[in-house]
Design a protein around this ligand. Structure first.
Ligand SMILES: Cc1cc2nc3c(=O)[nH]c(=O)nc-3n(C[C@H](O)[C@H](O)[C@H](O)COP(=O)(O)OP(=O)(O)OC[C@H]3O[C@@H](n4cnc5c(N)ncnc54)[C@H](O)[C@@H]3O)c2cc1C
Length: 424
């Protein structure tokens, strides 16, 4: 191709950049609604990804996608509860979801292997008629006169193609193509944590119904471990805390950081003791952020590409799939109206920002040493119910009483003024 020549062009109704959970989900719902969708994914699936614990209110989106029978047939570990462990090793009462939610629907959830879960979602999208193309790296969004008209992608052989569509969806995960290129990425400095994680085989599991429980093990200084039992005798285990704390005394090597922190929680140390670490140590920083804009003319941002919240309450996949379903419905309406301008996605931005703000308040409270969720919950059964709902992912509700109770013991963060459409 010489300098003035444009790459070959492909037309579709909706172009989705990124074939992770959010991208495949938005594609599936749009295909169910009768639209012609192309999804471009950089990797060849199955590929590794972190983010393995689902929460109850992921159920409605999974149901909409037709994924529930597939999950029921899968080997993924069933998750019935969450428990919290003090540094001394003392365990809280596990919280069982079926004590509050319907056993047959919302209360069912899973600990997944993301390589397999994401592959299932991709296959599901293809079964619904979505044209998913792997090993297609999007190099740029195509902007014309202030609106996005598609994206340019490079295939494995290095060939460039322009994909053009009245609507483009950015589902590129934490790479956040549109927010990064547009300088729309806004951090949340107080939640700028670091995570180090790995996998064990043969580590201890609690018996019976508690076998698939998520355990959150506290370490001093408001850091925490996740302990997520997975299929095949495997456990995903990671520690999250301030970078300064984790690297104290000049320790930088992820494995050394991890092994040192194990000793800070008795339960984690005891449960890992009989197991063997099976692989590398992973590390990530640059944590929580939100995009200033949720949409521009011809463009909408979903999943982590719209915003990422500290994963302490395992909210990522719920938010990714919820945003995908909401976005698909909004895009469907916009296509029917023949108007895909940014203003059509105002309600989408409001719903997502409201839900993320509610969850974010709980995350802030979690990291404040003066706050005990247990004390709040014991104060009043209504507060206990609200707390459970928000932690389970039922995030678009009026939680003002709950947050008032928190405000009496800690400073609640002001809402971030981000996530609205970019109006011309
Ligand atoms: C330490 C940690 C722990 C977590 N724990 C949990 C948990 O327990 N539970 C939970 O629900 N969530 C958790 N999460 C969050 C979860 O991983 C994400 O919220 C979830 O993966 C978001 O899905 P997504 O589809 O938006 O993005 P992704 O899953 O990241 O998918 C994005 C896709 O886009 C592709 N892509 C990117 N750029 C391009 C490009 N230019 N061209 C083409 N394709 C591209 C990528 O290859 C990728 O496949 C955790 C996150 C972290 C960092």
């Amino acid at each position: 191709m010489n300098r003035n020549e444009l790459p070959p062009s492909v037309e579709c109704e909706v172009l989705v950049v990124g074939g992770g959970p959010a991208g495949c989900a938005v594609g599936t719902v749009l295909a169910q609604l009768g639209h012609r969708v192309i999804v471009l994914e950089r990797e060849k699936f199955p590929r590794y990804h972190i983010g393995e614990s689902l929460i109850p209110f992921t159920y409605p989106a999974l149901e909409r996608l037709g994924m529930i029978p597939k999950l029921k047939q899968s080997a993924f570990t069933r998750k019935f509860s969450v428990q919290f462990i003090a540094p001394s090793g003392r365990a809280s009462q596990p919280f069982y979801f079926f004590n509050r939610y319907d056993r047959e629907t919302i209360a069912q959830t899973w600990q997944v292997l993301r390589s397999e879960f994401d592959q299932l979602l991709m296959t599901n999208a293809r079964e619904h008629g979505v044209d998913v193309r792997e090993e297609m790296q999007v190099t740029e969004l195509l902007w014309e006169n202030g609106r996005v008209v598609g994206a340019r992608a490079r295939d494995a052989a290095g060939q460039l193609t322009d994909f053009r569509a009245p609507m483009t969806v950015d589902a590129t995960g934490r790479e956040a193509l549109a927010a990064t290129r547009g300088a729309w990425r806004r951090g949340d400095p107080k939640l700028n944590k670091v995570a180090v994680w790995t996998y064990y085989e043969g580590a201890l599991r609690d018996p019976g119904i508690d076998e698939g429980a998520t355990t959150i093990g506290f370490i001093p200084n408001k850091g925490w471990f996740w302990y997520i039992p997975q299929a095949g005798n495997r456990v995903s285990v990671g520690v999250v805390a301030d970078g300064k704390y984790l690297t104290r005394d000049g320790v930088k090597d992820p494995g050394t950081i991890f092994r040192r922190e194990i000793q800070e929680n008795r339960w984690i140390a005891d449960h890992l003791a009989p197991g063997t670490c099976t692989g590398q140590y992973w590390l990530t920083g640059e944590y929580t952020f939100r995009s200033q804009y949720c949409a521009a003319d011809g463009l909408i941002l979903i999943g982590d590409a719209y915003g990422f919240l500290d994963p302490v309450f395992s909210s990522g996949l719920m938010l990714a799939l919820k945003s995908a379903v909401l976005a698909a419905d909004a895009i469907h309406e916009a296509l029917l109206a023949g108007d895909t301008s940014a203003g059509r996605f105002t309600r989408y931005g409001e719903v997502m920002a409201e839900g993320m703000e509610n969850m974010r308040k709980l995350v802030y409270a979690f990291y404040d040493p003066n706050v005990s969720f247990k004390t709040i919950a014991e104060k009043d059964p209504v507060l206990a119910g609200d707390l459970t709902d928000c932690l389970s992912g039922d995030i678009n509700k009026d939680f003002s009483r709950l947050f008032q109770a928190f405000a009496e013991i800690t400073e609640m963060p002001a809402p971030l003024p981000y996530g609205t459409p970019k109006l011309q």
